[in-house]
Write a protein that binds this ligand. Structure first.
Ligand SMILES: [Zn+2]
Ligand SMILES: [Zn+2]
Length: 397
């Protein structure tokens, strides 16, 4: 590709990303984004389905290399590439020209870049259609941020007709410098569980605690005791996080309330630690509260499973990532306990979720994800396009 062509391509990636950045839409409300995506895909010749998983968009394109249909030779493969589209309920604090124009919403995780990358790959694959065979399915997904939009798309048939053989996705990553790619085999991101613990005692006068049963004291002990699940109850080489993030109790300084409520999240990488977490947390909360004369009712929910990369698909991505950024800039041990609903695709079909470094401290792009000052080094988008295009074509080859 000529320098001018790649400059034009980069300019389009930036323009698309900045347009989306200025118009961020929250989970399952990505209407403008979905319309933009559908329109672009149609203009590139993709067969487009909208409303997949409520606001999701799917673009399907088959390669035409070799001319006439060769069905019967061998079943040709279908590869799914996924880009999430949703923004976060955050007020943007940056003063950049392309800052959010929608109050209270912001692309603070980089999903605007994912959509731009997805459309960039769509353009390249459409242009090279005569040189490859098989089918590419581009899934522009709603509601990654806590809404499990991936599951909604799967329920609406994104993995069928044609059946998908492998799935790939990426996330721009501000913990890694631009020019690095992480492709880690196995469990890379955490299972997300959430819990509510309602502790009930007996309300009364703050000055006469002996006539009441104090749920606030019990709640405080439960918060402390829950950390022992990690520090004393889990193999130090295993992964577990328990975070109590909300405490609600009482309406007055001089009243012992009737009850107290704790909310929080448990993160793990699957396996026994994951399987046993609900039972262990419930037993501990109940016994600690019980020892202080209270009862604990625990509501424990599984939200998203661990993201587990297939070994062979990850090796494929790592090899191609080396072609894009150089083998020494490909990382193979990057993990975190944040959740990612690409996990739902990986539960059903082999694939790999890669991280594309997007931090550039010199340019000032190093704010963490979900920060009101989040921004990325846009050069990372070209790397993302290069990677996903190569992965799709190599898988289909
Ligand atoms: Zn996020
Ligand atoms: Zn994200």
């Amino acid at each position: 590709m000529s320098a001018t062509a790649s400059q034009a391509e980069f300019a389009e990636l930036v323009a698309t990303r900045r347009d989306l950045h200025a118009h961020p839409e929250l989970a399952f409300a990505e209407h403008r984004t979905a319309a933009l995506v559908a329109e672009r895909l149609r203009s590139l010749g993709y067969e487009v389905r909208t409303g997949v998983g409520r606001t999701g968009v799917v673009g399907v394109l088959s390669g035409t290399a070799g001319g006439a249909d060769r069905t019967g030779e061998r079943r040709e493969r279908t590869v799914l590439l996924r880009a999430d589209m949703d923004a976060l309920p955050i007020q943007e604090a940056s003063e950049v020209a392309y800052r959010s124009t929608f109050p209270g919403a912001m692309h603070a995780c980089g999903h605007d870049a994912h959509v731009a990358i997805g459309l960039g790959v769509a353009r390249r694959l459409a242009a090279s259609r005569g040189r490859w065979r098989g089918t590419v399915k581009l899934a522009f997904q709603p509601a990654e941020e806590g809404g499990n939009g991936a599951e909604a798309m799967i329920q609406d048939g994104v993995l069928e007709a044609p059946a998908v053989d492998a799935a790939f996705g990426l996330h721009v990553m501000n913990t890694l410098p631009t020019g690095t790619i992480a492709a880690t085999p196995g469990a890379i991101m955490g299972a997300v569980d959430d819990f509510t613990i309602r502790i009930t005692g007996k309300g009364g006068h703050a000055a006469m605690p002996h006539l009441a049963v104090d749920p606030v004291l019990a709640a405080a002990h439960v918060v402390t005791a829950l950390q022992s699940l990690v520090s004393r109850g889990t193999d130090p080489f295993d992964h577990l996080v328990v975070s109590v993030t909300q405490i609600r109790a009482g309406d007055a300084f001089n009243v012992i309330p009737e009850s107290a409520e704790l909310r929080g999240t448990v993160r793990s990488m699957g396996g026994r630690t994951h399987d046993e977490a609900p039972e262990r947390l419930t037993a501990l909360a109940s016994s600690v509260a019980g020892g202080l004369g209270c009862t604990a009712a625990v509501d424990y929910r599984r939200l998203t499973p661990a993201t587990i990369n297939d070994e062979a698909m990850t090796a494929l991505v790592a090899r191609l990532a080396g072609e894009v950024v150089g083998a020494t800039h490909v990382l193979s041990g990057s993990r975190m306990l944040g959740g990612e609903d690409f996990a739902f695709f990986l539960q059903r079909i082999p694939g790999c979720f890669a991280w594309v470094g997007s931090a550039n401290a010199v340019k000032g792009y190093d704010a963490p994800h979900h920060s009101p000052r989040f921004d990325i080094d846009e050069e990372a988008m070209l790397i993302g396009v290069e990677l996903l295009e190569r992965v799709a074509l190599e898988y289909l080859r």
